[in-house]
Ligand binder design. Sequence first.
Ligand code: ATP
Length: 303
Amino acid sequence: MSQNVIELDGVSKHFGEQVVLSNVSMSVKEGDIVGLLGPNGSGKTTMIRLMNGVINQTDGKLSILGMNPGIEGDKVRKSTGILTENAGLYHEMSGLDNLIFFSKLYGNFDLKQINLYLEEFELAEHMDKKVGAYSTGMKRRLGIIKAILHKPRLLFLDEPTNGLDPEGIKLVLKFLKDLNEQEGTTIFLCSHILHQLEHVCKEYFFLNDGKITDFGTLNELQKRYVTQIKLKVITNLLPVEAHWGGYPVLVKDKNTLQFLLTSSDQITPLLQKIISDFWVHHVEIENNDLESLYFKIRSGVNE
Ligand SMILES: Nc1ncnc2c1ncn2[C@@H]1O[C@H](COP(=O)(O)OP(=O)(O)OP(=O)(O)O)[C@@H](O)[C@H]1O
């Protein structure tokens, strides 16, 4: 069984009078990709900074790769990579020189590998430009390369797709999935853009006001929070009553119906019944995506 590479036990962090994290306990297994989701100011960046030993907790215990980041911060940072908002890049140096500088600092200089990453992140043609002249998306991609140069076992990414265009988002998410699958790198990422994470993370942690309010796989969270399925069906069936085929139904728009079901087992028989007399162009469960779950967990509503 894989070991926990992140363990937090009753961790709190105060800045003066402000309680930013309160009694946070969580664990992440080696080789997983997990997402930390929470609104602005909920404490996500603070948690990453604690786990990297950049700041110390007020209370509780942390273990990162079996080490205490508050005491062994340098050792922790040698085996972890981190991408933060400004990525710590030198704006007066070129993209290439930044990567050469950091890889030498990490004792891991490999020009061939650097060039491969620059190609992969579509930065090769800009590598001699000063980073100060890079666009936000280019800086973000360079920041990700900087975070993985020393082949960390554990990667912390704070909003890795911020400022990226749709092609950049696709490229970065695919790269992270491949890195996880091929190298076994554990990835801990924070993001607001929930639909992007839906196909990337194995498990999600929800942070609100400095407290973990729930966690689990998408499947587990759906079982917990989605007790009624809202099934959107685009069809030429036009129900005349508020029930059709034994289920409550709402006419949302011309050709768009919403059935309310209590179990996903009801979907197939319902659709079979519809298509025996009508056409169906589209079917979608509307309320079980990560974003719907996020709002339910925030408001404590099961629906
Ligand atoms: N060094 C600091 N000194 C004082 N307060 C701080 C410090 N760092 C963070 N905070 C406060 O802690 C709270 C949580 O901040 P944090 O950056 O961890 O939130 P976040 O969830 O990452 O937010 P965002 O989504 O906006 O990035 C905020 O109220 C912030 O002002």
